[in-house]
Design a protein around this ligand. Structure first.
Ligand code: NZQ
Ligand code: ZN
Length: 395
């Protein structure tokens, strides 16, 4: 087994009664004046925000509010949040929502402890040494930000979507009530399932070998999500399957299924450029890229693709032809994506083909002007990125 570190400090309160522990959690982690940060309308409509306000008011915990976080959260709102928190002497950020709200909260938390522009942190010009504490009430299982060390922010100017990872920003607590996910539309449910599986796939198709225990955990997680998603698409109020997906969201990205140092994450990097340029849902963007990435890189380790095909996608093993089994696994996940309403290529994602100039621009940005490579399973340079975007551009 490879050497690794595992750090998962977030206290998880899971289940139907979890929200009852909100005030106790805020107090435990030192919150005295809160920013209540949230997205569009879903948490208001479901009554969750009303119930949070009531609990904080009853406990005499003062708070200010900032809503309006959009999927692919924007830097301008982060700036607004930092200004508000400074003015109001906020010392704790409570995120109510999904990855976008939690990531925006993490960015505000960084910005509160840095005198310069918080974007410097994402642009790798400044390494933060402290941050305000963040706690969250998760409403969509997908990004895994509730336990992860990452936040991904979009700077409107130049459509730059950049992630930054640092253990400092892992939330202090995550309250997860699967009932709150009953209201998710089918598309968001499917995007979430795709992202959860992908966080594990990015690690599974990494560069480490001899990961018997981790591989077995990873396969169980991927199979679980793959099966549960059909149940919740049929019956959105299926608690058991919603609960399994919700917990998989956290375990898929808290490094239980593999240390990120040994992982790939090229599909994520390629996707971030798509959601920056076209403002698409992250999970759908991943589904549009992965099959092309997989076909492009599979020769690096055909045996791993065979294992994925057989153990995760239930493809019969043709022992005489590993290449055919590997390909059948990729085709099986394309069928899975179609069955849950996800795209399998870029035209299905954005409704048209990319132009040549757009492909060039995506590869330019993803390669940081030809200044970096991505991936671990196969290291990809700008030319490889261009080829994968081209492959994904075919229906
Ligand atoms: O804004 P509202 O009205 O709340 O609607 C949201 C939003 O439109 C809706 N929604 C959330 N909970 C709901 C609900 N609708 C009905 N009922 C509920 N219970 O769902 C939509 C999507 O929400 P969002 O937070 O954007 O989804 P997700 O959790 O997928 O987050 C996506 C963002 O996370 C980043 C992505 O790049 C993207 O920007 N990621 C963050 C990661 C991290 N921090 O570790 C890792 C990921 O790989 C990912 O890159
Ligand atoms: Zn993701």
């Amino acid at each position: 087994m490879v050497d690794f570190r595992f750090y998962a400090p977030t206290e998880v309160v899971f289940g139907k009664e979890s929200e009852e522990h909100l005030v106790e959690m805020v107090r435990k982690y030192g919150g005295r004046k809160l920013l209540l940060h949230y997205g569009g309308h879903s948490a208001e409509r479901s009554g969750l925000l009303g119930s949070v306000r009531e609990k904080l008011n009853e406990a005499g915990l003062p708070f200010v509010e900032l809503g309006g976080v959009k999927p692919n959260p924007r830097l301008s709102l982060v700036h607004e949040g930092i200004e508000l928190c400074r003015k109001e002497n906020v010392d704790f950020i409570l995120a109510v929502g999904g990855g976008s709200v939690i990531d925006s909260s993490k960015a505000i938390a960084y910005g509160m402890k840095y005198d310069g522009d918080v974007w410097d942190i994402y642009a790798r010009k400044y390494v933060p040494t402290e941050t305000l504490p963040v706690g969250c009430i998760l409403t969509i299982p997908a990004a895994g930000s509730e336990m992860s060390d990452s936040s991904v922010i979009t700077k409107e100017e130049g459509d730059l979507k950049i992630g930054y990872s640092n253990n400092l920003c892992r939330p202090k607590f995550a309250i997860m009530n699967p009932v709150r996910t009953f209201t998710l539309p089918p598309y968001q449910t499917a995007c979430g399932a795709t992202d959860i599986m992908m966080h594990t796939m990015e690690r599974y198709f990494g560069k480490a070998d001899d990961m018997t225990l981790i591989d077995n955990i990873a396969e169980a997680l991927m199979r679980t999500v793959k099966n549960c998603v059909f149940h919740v698409l049929r019956n959105p109020e299926d608690y058991r399957n919603r609960a399994n997906i919700m917990w998989a969201s956290s375990l898929g990205h808290n490094d239980l299924t593999g240390d990120r140092g040994y992982s790939d994450f090229a599909t994520h990097q390629l996707e971030h450029e798509l959601s920056a340029m076209f403002d698409v849902a992250h999970g759908a963007g991943l589904a549009a890229i992965w099959p092309s990435w997989a076909r492009y890189v599979h020769k690096e380790n055909v045996a791993r693709f065979v294992r994925f095909a057989v153990n995760v996608m239930d493809v019969p093993n043709d022992f005489t032809d590993p290449e055919a089994t590997a390909m059948a696994g990729i085709e099986a996940i394309e069928r899975f994506y179609r069955a849950i309403g996800m795209p399998t290529n870029i035209p299905e994602l954005i409704g048209r083909e990319l132009t040549e100039d757009e492909i060039k621009e995506l590869a330019r940005k993803c390669s940081h002007d030809d200044g970096r490579t991505i991936g671990g399973f196969k290291v990809l340079d700008k030319n490889d990125m261009t080829e994968i975007y081209k492959m994904a551009n075919k229906q």
